[in-house]
Design a protein around this ligand. Structure first.
Ligand SMILES: *Cc1c(COP(=O)(O)O)cnc(C)c1O
Length: 423
């Protein structure tokens, strides 16, 4: 008998491309339609529940339907949802970010991470008067032309990463490999038209790839020496690896930072900020245009601030990191014990498994992981009540709502899967 999700998916396929609102959500035989979430659990249209390790790809660091976040949002909603004028919640959120995030002297709010990086790149170009952008292979910065680019064969020149992206739009986008300082310095030394380097300080959109020791410091030094701005895209890591993001953890301060996900408390948001002299180039104080009807939305700002406040209490960051460490180490042990080749990589409360590899240090290596094995594991986990991101190249997220039992459940099912596939 077809399930409720199956029915809904068939209907969706007729009405929206691929039946989903964002491509990563589609998986075979059909994506699960979700009905509700509470804490670390998510419930589908059939009423089946799962331990959620996808957590909406990052925003829900205090879990689904966190009391304090919901209360902040509903209190704001009852007073009106959007004004097209400044409101106090956005100022409070901005103040908090300026206080906690080392690079942020000033912040402008937006509605998504995509917008944040789009505006930040325009700002870097407007500030420097240069057009070139360097991005890291495997780094993801949202769905706009300048960053929908992948490496062309045998050079650092980018080619469109999607149909419909004009070659002209990516002509100025150059690629470098993560954790490779030589490639970056020779690229920056060979050109004088580069406005900025944009990068995730920890890669989180090819699975988790942390920086090797000294890499981020080297990137900071090389960009400075070449007069190029450094943008950390902390859409995932911001308010996740610490209140001050990855830049605080690694002690490296970029010129500009983009954020989203956690800072919206489960509502749409984006933000970019950084050095005062650069940010003052944003309209209306300067010539670089950035705008939006829902920018600085008071509901998103209130929910986001509430979530940030919850995270700042009671050693919450330490707890999610320890739970993620426990899960990662049990999964690593299982791989070793069951003789399966693979590695589990982690940064704070972000983790992922790469089958068929002993380590992954950049985006190209991540592409080489065994996706067939991942697909089989995904199915096993789903059958057993664990909802993972449906792609081998996505990160698993631990929230404050994940307790010992849920971590144990995920670790045990991972082990059970490896036992099952063992020949
Ligand atoms: C999710 C993500 C984005 C895009 O954010 P949206 O809010 O989905 O537009 C940009 N950069 C990184 C690093 C992300 O993980």
């Amino acid at each position: 008998m077809p399930s409720r999700s199956d029915d809904l998916y068939r209907e969706s396929l007729e009405l929206t491309p691929g039946g989903v609102s964002s491509p990563v959500r589609a998986f075979r035989p059909h994506p699960l339609f979700m009905e509700s979430g509470e804490g670390c659990m998510i419930r589908d249209a059939e009423g089946r529940t799962y331990v959620d390790m996808c957590m909406a790809y990052g925003p829900l660091i205090t879990g689904h339907a966190c009391d304090r976040v919901l209360r902040a949002a509903t209190e704001r909603i009852s007073k009106g949802t959007v004004f097209g004028a400044p409101s106090e919640p956005e100022l409070k959120l901005i103040k908090r970010l300026c206080r906690d995030v080392p690079s942020m002297d000033m912040v402008r709010l937006a509605v998504s991470g995509t917008e944040a990086t789009m505006h930040a790149l325009r700002l870097a170009r407007g500030f420097t008067g240069k057009n070139g952008v360097v991005k890291v292979e495997g780094g993801f910065h949202g769905a706009h032309d300048a960053v929908l680019v992948r490496a062309g064969s045998g050079s650092s020149e980018g080619v469109p990463g999607s149909a419909g992206v004009p070659a002209d739009a990516v002509r100025n986008t150059h690629l470098t490999e993560y954790n490779d300082t030589e490639m970056l310095s020779s690229l920056l030394e060979s050109r004088d038209d580069i406005a900025c380097v944009i990068m995730e300080p920890v890669l989180g959109n090819v699975g988790v790839v942390p920086p090797v020791k000294g890499y981020l410091q080297d990137v900071r030094r090389i960009t400075e020496e070449n007069g190029v701005l450094l943008i950390f895209d902390e859409v995932i890591t911001g308010c996740r690896l610490s209140a001050g993001g990855a830049q605080k953890v690694f002690g490296v301060t970029p010129d500009l930072t983009t954020m989203a996900k956690v800072i919206g408390g489960g509502f749409p948001i984006g933000a970019f900020g950084g050095r005062r002299d650069i940010m003052e180039h944003v309209a209306p104080s300067g010539p670089v245009y950035a705008a939006g009807t829902f920018s600085g939305n008071p509901v998103s700002a209130s929910a986001g601030l509430a979530q940030i406040e919850v995270m700042s209490e009671d050693g919450n960051y330490g707890r999610i990191d320890r739970n993620a460490e426990e899960l990662a180490s049990r999964m690593s042990d299982s791989l070793a014990d069951r003789g399966a080749r693979g590695c589990v990589q982690r940064a704070g409360s972000m983790l992922s498994v790469f089958f068929g590899r002993d380590s992954v240090t950049n985006g190209s290596e991540a592409q080489g992981a065994d996706r067939t094995m991942f697909g089989r594991m995904f199915e096993h986990m789903l059958d057993e009540g664990v909802y993972l991101p449906p792609s081998a190249l996505e990160t698993w997220f631990v929230s404050t709502a994940h307790d010992g039992d849920s971590i144990d459940k995920v670790a045990s099912e991972f082990d059970a899967f490896l036992c099952k596939v063992r020949v």
